[in-house]
Write a protein that binds this ligand. Sequence first.
Ligand code: GDD
Ligand code: MG
Length: 334
Amino acid sequence: MHAVVLVGGFGTRLRPLTLATPKPLLPIGNLPLLERLMTSLAKGGVTNAVLSLGFKPEPFLEAFPANICAGVKLTYAVEDRPLDTAGAIGFAAREAGIHTRGETFLVANGDVLTDLDISELVEFHRSAGAQGTIHLTPVEDPSQYGVVETQADGRVLRFVEKPLPGQSNSRNVNAGTYVFEASVLDRMPGVAPLSIERATFPEMVVDKQLFGFATDDYWIDAGRPDTYVRANLDLLQREHGYLVMAVSTKAEIAKSATISQSMIADDCKVGENAQVVRSVLLNGAKVEANAVVIDSAVMGHIGSFAEVTSCLVGIDGDVRSGAVLRDAKVPDPN
Ligand code: GDD
Ligand code: MG
């Protein structure tokens, strides 16, 4: 089966991390997010994937020089301007020949991690005779997602992207994995910007062609600061059964430093008496002596006695000694 993987967004919410590394190549544990996603696509029968990109593919080519990721053969479709989700799918699917092949295909948002069994989703899609099927997942607060109302057989009755409070009673949201018949591409010419969430899905609802398949599998969209950190910590918990620290053997950690529930990558340094709690230190991050890092993701430098909570510190980020920061982005990307 062929797949279109959407990786062309700017990763705005994860800036400044995404100024150095595109969102799908940010690590979750020791592997790029995209590689974890591809592993689950491969399990579900995907053999070929076209990466739908809004900018140059160089970082992806560097990360996967043989154009193979988790056993899946990769090709690239580069837009000359952002085509939004449905525009991107229409363009990439044509570039990859999916349109002419006429087979059922898969689409995945590039920032989602899930234990969904894709073959079950495909099976449901076929038995429903749908033109399109969306994987659905339950959440507490649907306001950051596309909320979906279905009838008992799974047919979608309503799709509302980023609903306002009270706009829908449903707690099932679009989980970012879709199965489509090739005929859906007639709705996505791929030549101009078009939103699948705001245009194509509502149109398919009217035509009674869209189904939803809800599961309670593990699911997270790692595209926000809090969920990016959480996706890393979830991995720790899921792989070890409890929350532990994972420290790379290539990291330099002072004996008196306290690391708890955190992911520490290669070439990181943590100084004497520093504390790192529920955080992710990416490749090359430096935390000086007596600094405190909580609920944060760090690529850059944290000065001594600084305290950062719920922050993103980019590769050029330098939190000066003694600074106290909360909910900040360093350097400020705006
Ligand atoms: N190629 C390309 N071009 N890709 C794009 C573009 C574009 O113009 N715009 C966005 N993307 C990609 C992003 O890189 C991402 O992988 C995917 O499309 C979804 O964009 P996000 O920016 O992550 O959207 P979201 O998280 O706010 O909402 C989407 O995902 C939710 C589930 O995680 C929507 O599909 C929601 O309905 C859904 O609930
Ligand atoms: Mg997202």
